[in-house]
Design a protein around this ligand. Structure first.
Ligand SMILES: C[S@@+](CC[C@H](N)C(=O)[O-])C[C@H]1O[C@@H](n2cnc3c(N)ncnc32)[C@H](O)[C@@H]1O
Length: 437
């Protein structure tokens, strides 16, 4: 696909030029955001490209679409870009930790010098604190050297002691700086996309006090930069569920830019297990279900392990009628295939629950999207046990069944092309599902 060079002169004549390209094949990835002010504060590999969002917001703003919704907003890429580019946006997110990250990023208008001063006071206090005596969770013991963990916990204790002395904006920003250094300070592999890898050790480990101060420095620089450049847009984060879109008025959204979970067994709750353990939100793996997973779209097998006996009931739900009989046939094949594999993953239940949840999301989206609105989800298909599930087509059909007018899929990149990572040989794709209504 041809690459489109993006300079901010073309989009925002009054802003300083950016020399970063919008590369369509990277629209669905976080790669661009790693070098973009504010977006880079917390590395969230499930996020999509802020530059691509910026370009789309600009195009649609010029066509008169100024109220934007992201019902699966993750770490807030769309609401943040709306603040930068001018329109008004609401982001819904159901994962409590990610809601907190996204909300903190929206405080970029805070005074940078105040953040620097509060951070240096916090580190001074942390250095003075006596060692924290309570026994940490086993995961933390496996991920950190003892002296590193001690310092991280001193930072957290200092934050807790000071939190009521700062304005809420500052304490949220300082909390985010701490959350963002947890993985760089770990002595084991903690790539977010692959969860936590305590069996892989790292040669270089950052010191928590230094890492914290340098993260705050980066944030303060980015705040000053955006305060010079950004327009006066308005972004808001709501902790909420895309299956109801509660809190969003009927017909409010003129544009929806989003990326729902893919039906690919990725566990968004487990992906943040380290952070949740550190901040005391969970103690062990089994706490993930009540603390996080139950709020989310059912896109991983761990989420549906208690529902296997109810698969037929899920499939019989009238909201799934537009996909029958193909959905039933695919789930039956997955159920048979399951018996041939160790682990016996309940993909058949996961796929049934996933499409039911997504059908509910389309119903809710129809309610909150204005007539004539445009909906653009970034979406990828999947092939559990090598059985292809045409996610884009089925989501398109569900959108029509719920009152939208048309759908069209624009492929952006092939997935599953790295031979060594392949669990099956089905080629997968990621792209944009344009829905008009
Ligand atoms: C692909 S990620 C979106 C990332 C986002 N575009 C960004 O740039 O950060 C999908 C998000 O949907 C969230 N999610 C899952 N189920 C949800 C639900 N029922 N309601 C709202 N958000 C949900 C997940 O927690 C995850 O952050």
């Amino acid at each position: 696909m041809a690459q489109e060079r993006y300079f901010s002169e073309t989009l925002f004549p009054e802003l300083e030029p950016l020399s970063i390209e919008v590369r369509p094949e990277r629209s669905g990835t976080f790669a661009d955001n790693l070098s973009l002010p504010v977006h880079r504060w917390f590395r969230y590999p499930a996020g999509f490209s802020a530059l691509w969002v910026r370009q789309l917001l600009q195009r649609e703003r010029d066509r008169g679409r100024r109220r934007v919704l992201d019902p699966f907003c993750g770490t807030g890429t769309v609401p943040l870009e709306a603040e930068y580019a001018g329109p008004e946006a609401v982001g819904l997110e159901a994962h409590p930790f990610l809601v907190r990250v996204a909300e903190a990023k929206l405080h970029w208008r805070e005074e940078a010098s105040l953040l620097r001063r509060a951070a240096s006071d916090l580190v001074a206090l942390a250095r003075r604190l006596p060692p924290i005596a309570e026994e940490p969770s086993e995961l933390l013991l496996r991920c950190y050297r003892p002296e590193t963990l001690q310092r991280l916990r001193q930072l957290l204790r200092a934050w807790q002691e000071q939190v009521s002395a700062w304005p809420a904006t500052l304490s949220a920003l300082l909390w985010l700086a701490l959350a963002a250094i947890l993985r760089p300070c770990a002595s084991v592999g903690t790539a977010q996309w692959q969860y936590v890898l305590p069996s892989k050790t790292k040669a270089q480990v950052a010191d928590p006090f230094e890492a914290f101060l340098s993260r705050v420095e980066l944030m303060a620089d980015d705040m000053s930069c955006w305060q010079r450049q950004a327009r006066d847009g308005k972004g808001r984060i709501l902790r909420g569920d895309a299956r109801t879109c509660e809190g969003v008025p009927a017909g409010w959204a003129e544009l929806v830019i989003t990326s729902p979970p893919y039906a690919n067994d990725y566990d968004y709750a487990d992906a943040t297990r380290l952070e949740l353990c550190f901040f005391g939100e969970i103690e062990r793996w089994r706490d993930l279900q009540p603390a996080v997973r139950r709020h989310l779209i059912r896109s991983c097998t761990q989420h549906v392990s208690a529902l296997v006996q109810e698969t037929d009931q899920l499939l019989a739900n009238p909201l799934l009628a537009p996909l029958q009989p193909e959905l039933q046939a695919t789930c039956a094949r997955l159920e048979e295939e399951r018996l041939l594999h160790d682990g016996r993953k309940a993909y058949h239940t996961m796929i049934a629950a996933y499409f039911l949840d997504m059908a509910r999301s389309w119903q809710a989206l129809r309610r909150v999207t204005a007539v004539g609105g445009l909906v653009c989800p970034v979406i990828g298909d999947s092939a559990p046990y090598g059985i292809h599930v045409p996610v884009e087509e089925w989501l398109g059909r569900l959108a029509l069944a719920n009152g939208f007018h048309s759908w069209r899929f624009e492929p952006l990149r092939a997935r599953n092309v790295k031979w060594q990572n392949r669990k099956h040989r089905v080629l997968l794709q990621e792209g944009l599902l344009w829905i008009e209504g």
